[in-house]
Design a protein around this ligand. Structure first.
Ligand code: ADP
Ligand code: AMP
Length: 218
């Protein structure tokens, strides 16, 4: 069976969450967002959440051992048989190596890495105006992609909120962390020929069309 073992890569604000919703609906694979998993842990005040919060608030990465453990557990669940969409993971070379190793153990490998490219000044505008649904995590933007009714999710009626780390100072640090620790992953995956580069500055619907063209039929 053809598998869709996908990684969505790109700086904070590139549109990963926005495109993830569309991709998982089209391809019928689960959306695995380490950011969403960590925010849920923070909200529920679990031991994981308490540890992760200090890194997240500073715009730093949570330690590799912690996020690698989360993803390995998640990959054991049966809904990942046909594939998955990783969003916000891996973010470091050790995370990418651990993912390759875990997949190898399951007789699988990454089939495509979709890289969303967007200029830094656009990213800052996108992140500082972002609002997220508390229930289904769908991202909106106060100017670029506003919901029909202010503060309310179009999809599920949930309440929209602003993430604690979407302030300008934290955003700048997150972008610096991306350049230093995550961008080298593009070269890492280029070596296995699985990278597709997409212009993420286009309108969201056009970005999705390009992704669908690169991935082929479901
Ligand atoms: P990421 O998951 O990569 O951090 P998001 O998908 O949350 O990024 O998008 C960041 C912000 O930019 C959100 O407010 C979202 O509504 C907005 N956005 C996403 N894609 C586009 C686009 N193609 N054009 C304009 N705004 C966008
Ligand atoms: P995101 O929702 O992907 O923007 O992630 C929000 C924050 O969660 C990041 O700034 C990190 O602090 C943390 N985080 C999410 N995914 C990872 C990861 N793969 N490795 C380390 N930290 C992560």
């Amino acid at each position: 069976m053809h598998q869709f073992n996908l990684v969505l890569l790109g700086p904070p604000g590139a549109g990963k969450g926005t495109q993830a919703g569309r991709i998982v609906a089209e391809y019928g694979i689960p959306h695995i967002s380490t950011g969403d998993i960590l925010r849920a842990a923070v909200k529920n005040q679990t031991a994981l959440g308490l540890e992760a919060k200090k890194y997240m608030d500073a715009g730093e990465l949570v330690p590799d051992s912690v996020v690698i453990g989360i993803v390995k557990d998640r990959l054991q669940e049966s809904d990942t048989q046909r594939g998955f969409l990783m969003d916000g993971f891996p973010r470091t070379i050790p995370q990418a190596e651990a993912l390759d190793e875990a997949l190898q153990g399951l007789g699988r490998a990454i089939t495509k890495v979709i890289v969303l490219l967007v200029d830094e000044e656009i990213l800052v505008k996108r992140l500082t105006g972002r609002r997220i649904c508390r229930s289904c995590q769908t991202p909106y933007h106060v100017m670029f992609t506003p919901p029909e009714q202010e503060g309310v999710c179009d999809k599920c009626g949930g309440e929209l909120y602003q993430r604690d780390d979407d302030t300008e100072a934290t955003v700048r640090n997150r972008l610096a962390v991306y350049r230093k620790q995550t961008e080298p992953l593009i070269e890492y995956y280029d070596r296995s020929g699985v990278v597709v580069r997409i212009d993420g500055a286009q309108e969201a619907e056009k970005v999705f069309e390009d992704i669908r063209e690169a991935l082929g039929p479901a």
